[in-house]
Design a protein around this ligand. Structure first.
Ligand code: FNR
Length: 189
């Protein structure tokens, strides 16, 4: 049975180029299954409503992330950092204290930008939170710059170099997931 990956896209807009990159990676990585987990309906994290019956969207999100073997983040950069909606999703998944959905799940980060820097700032702010949350991260870096030029009007990836890159990245992620999940759970605590 192939390993399952929860894909979290940091953009909420319909025509998101980050989502296009995530879809392209999924198509280019045959050994894994990818499910897109939505974050747009998650209420802002608020400890006052972390009760026995928290918002249904929080519970839905935590269950969906928890049901997957690994997590992939594909995000744009907002003001040299992580979009607020994505940071909120990370915070929601991290609670209640002691039952984080992220804990020990192998992960990977891809940042996407129409500019030349490829979302470096977002990529590393995201890594900072994920390291704290005990997500063993693939060390391979993926900064997808000039992203608007990579897709045709139907959202198909038309840049061969990027396709090759994503193929290699996807294969490395699949190998990373196997390596991490082969370790006893205690080694990931
Ligand atoms: C941006 N954008 C942007 N791009 C970038 O490379 N570095 C940045 O710091 C920012 N900052 C930023 C802030 C805000 C509030 C917005 C709305 C946008 C541009 C951004 O990369 C562009 O809108 C992308 O198209 C967003 O990704 P999606 O939605 O296409 O996936």
């Amino acid at each position: 049975q192939p390993r399952s990956v929860a894909v979290i896209v940091g953009s909420l807009r319909k025509d998101s180029v980050s989502r296009k990159v995530a879809k392209a990676l999924a198509e280019l990585t045959p050994g894994l299954t990818f499910d897109f987990i939505e974050i747009g309906d998650l209420p802002h994290y608020d400890q006052d409503i972390e009760t026995d019956s928290p918002p249904a969207a929080w519970t839905r999100f935590r269950k969906e992330v928890g049901a997957h073997d690994a997590v992939l983040f594909v995000t744009p950069e907002y003001n040299r950092s992580v979009p607020g909606a994505l940071k909120n999703a990370i915070d929601v998944g991290s609670r209640p204290y002691g039952s984080s959905a992220w804990d020990g799940k192998p992960g990977a980060v891809i940042s996407v930008s129409p500019g030349a820097i490829g979302g470096f700032g977002a990529n590393h702010h995201l890594r900072q939170a994920l390291v704290f949350l005990n997500v063993p991260l693939l060390s391979s870096e993926a900064y997808i710059g000039n992203a608007f030029s990579l897709f045709d009007e139907n959202g198909r990836l038309v840049n061969e170099g990027t396709a090759e890159f994503l193929k290699t990245f996807g294969a490395a992620f699949a190998a990373w997931i196997e390596k991490i999940l082969a370790e006893p759970a205690a080694a990931r605590a």
